[in-house]
Design a binder for this molecule. Sequence first.
Ligand code: CMC
Length: 433
Amino acid sequence: MHTSKDNGTAQLILDGKTYELPVLTGSEGERTIDIRNLLNTTGYTVLDNGFKNSASCTSSITYLDGDKGILRYRGYAIEDLAANCTFVEVAYLLLHNELPTAQELLDFRKLLAEFALLHEDMIHFFDPFPAAASPMSILSVMVNSLVNFYPEMSDNPRENLDTTACRLISKIRTIAAFSYKMSRGEPTVYPRHDLAYCGNFLNMMFDLPVRPYTLLPEVEQVLNKLLILHADHEQNCSTSAVRLVGSSGGSLYASISAGINALAGPLHGGANEAVIHMLEDIHADNNDYMKYINKAKDKHDPFRLSGFGHRVYRTYDPRGTIIRDACDEMLNTLEIQDPLLDIAKNLEEIVLNDSHFVKRNLYPNVDFYSGIIYRALGIPTNMFTVMFALGRLPGWIAQWKEMHEDRNTKIYRPRQLYTGSTHRPFVPMEERG
Ligand code: CMC
């Protein structure tokens, strides 16, 4: 890790007393004030709603510069990875810190193929869910249940992490495809050893006994790209949930299940579904963009433009740029005319030229165009966030692993500023009301 302490100190004056707080510098020059001993030395805590200003850990996995729109995994630019790698290579990179050699990739693929099946008993777990059940809730339940079938992580978490990581990355795709098939009342399609990761998933989703699925290389490629672009994003809400549960000693499966639930929210991964609903609403409203623009500006209306804005980016989300280009290319290749693409582009133009949104640095994020590609591939809207989870999984695991290897890890336990009643005498039942 490249943190440096030689950057002087920040002075904090409290009650007339001066405290020197160390300043740390990350490998890309970003600076942070180390307040780890603040409470002990001063008796004060800090208040930081939503952790807007706080680094919860040090990490060497993903670098993100929100002002310049830079995103790198393990030092490699997201643009290079998306253009040149498969998702499995990037998963390996996140987990092992290096891109795999040809042999390492072959071994990793073999393990993924080996672990692709679900224990047959688990298949019955899908039965009681109603057909309209949310695929994200099914996914979190199933991932959480894996611990009972594959308990090796509880016995020796460190030693077995690589195996469990492969198991999870492989099985999550089978779970996702099976839940789709069950929701449609179609026969499940088992994973095949001869297909690569994304091709296998698409085949499990769309192959039918009456109509075998034809896997197009362009489709496989674009799915690889999408999953790569979602594979990690430093300490976002779901990753923090994974770390938080893991910090208590919770199993990897339980931690990932928590991450899936955090991701499902519409302000996070669930935004990719919300975008499509919003674009459909605009379409149904005869493209009345201003109705939605005005709602988004109205302080008294909770409505937000889904797919716009980001906690860290103050410019175009670099993932959004790649996805927008991929979206144009995919629709051309498949000769699909989706009216939602035009609506999305028009909405983007209006937002980028409106001073209200410009002042707030609102640009399209990763979720704005991804759904239009998923639609073109035949993936239903309620599965979009599941696709996000498939992509994010290697990042979650890498972050969980890093946390456990870090000697400075503590159980996540934030403080609060209490604003409730001060002590008051107990009121017996007969005197209440
Ligand atoms: N539409 C309209 N106004 C917005 C939006 C939006 N999408 N996003 C932020 N704003 C406004 C917000 O009203 C506030 O205005 P004001 O200063 O007048 O009160 C200002 O911009 C700052 O917003 P914030 O809520 O303080 O920003 P945040 O960093 O807490 O929230 C966000 C980040 C992503 C939750 C938010 O931008 C948002 O709700 N976006 C829509 C949902 C979305 O697309 N989420 C996906 C994020 S990217 C992928 C992922 O992480 O999953």
